[in-house]
Design a protein around this ligand. Sequence first.
Ligand code: HAM
Length: 415
Amino acid sequence: MLTNRPRGVNDILPGDVEKWQWIERTARDVCRRFNVSEIRTPIFEHTELFTRGVGETTDIVEKEMYSFQDRGERSLTLRPEGTASAVRAFVENKMHAQPQPTKLFYIGPMFRYERPQAGRYRQFHQFGAEVIGVNDPSVDAEIIALAMTFFTELGLKNITLEINSVGSPESREVYRNVLREHLAPVKDQLCKDCQSRYDRNPMRILDCKVDACKQLIVNPPFMLDHLTEEDTTHFAQVREYLDSFGVDYKVNPRMVRGLDYYTQTAFEFIESGSTLSGGGRYNGMVQQLGGPDLSGIGFAVGIERVLIALQNQAVQVPLETGIDVFLVALGEAAQKRSVTLLQELRTTGLVADKDYLGKSMKAQMKAADRLKARQVVLLGDDELAAGIANVKNMETGEQVSVPLSELVEKLQQKL
Ligand code: HAM
């Protein structure tokens, strides 16, 4: 137990962590251009935030939350997603008192008790963005374009964008009854979960993964055919803006997102059958969580799934490798001097390292190779006494002698 991590969580090791940093840098960079600011919310919240915000009939709330009692007997939950937290922070910090919209992004771990498999973990990471306070369809298109720009800049290709409208509460009220009527003849044959969904939230039945249910649900009516005029216009305008951006998409009338808060626009980005990102509008949430009646829209990307897609598509991740300088010191006095020299190099901005185990010259040169050092400084007791060091350019093999007093400056110039 002591040396095994819990099921469904991962260590991100050196070698991989640089890819994460590059993905995170790209996310921050794209958000900066879209004028979206970072928000960092706590990793745990009051359980009620998610039961109310995400919705009682979702898989997340029904069976996937990591909830616990703290020592003060409060029920807390490790965040399963970022939207409810962002909206809670928006309301609590009275961000609605500022001119709208409020544009926020977050990057961080989320927790869901799911059955682990490739691309599905119990601790996973999301990059998400939320725009609160504007209901204009151009914002729906903008948020979709932000996600698309992120994927494009990572070098990912063949990403399908699917969009749908899941309607406003008024549209859904009508649609729910139409759907119930359609499903009534097979209601008793549906799985237990679906039978309970039938009364509480029949749209979720369309998303059931049980084969028997899938077979029973033939030609269901679609939400898209039962939208109010306002919802129809909103959806048409979102599509128009996407067309004007040159963003390709497919309308998928079957798409039911797994969270209850969506209204109107819903969308997913899919690569080789894996959903990299999902999002949509959530116009009731701000008010439901105690704020004013403001709309919201956003998405979240699963970073682990992006990494899998990058690997599948053999995208070359631009990683910084190697170090600027490796110090090879031989002899006691030279060893001692190399410690302070290393500090000087690092404080001037160079990436530098040395051997700490008193290894032979050959072994130290090997270490320099392994670390892909661009320059090696060779310092022996004799050189030290003469006030010089030898600097070897590892690319050309050229070696020059440099006075110690000029060493740091010379090394900086070379790089
Ligand atoms: P979601 O569809 O639940 O939406 O998750 C978004 C993305 O997170 C998924 O498309 C997937 O890439 C990743 N993801 C979800 N669960 C796991 C898991 N167990 N392991 C690995 N990756 C996972 C939301 O979370 C919404 N908050 C998105 C949103 C933001 N809607 C509006 N604003």
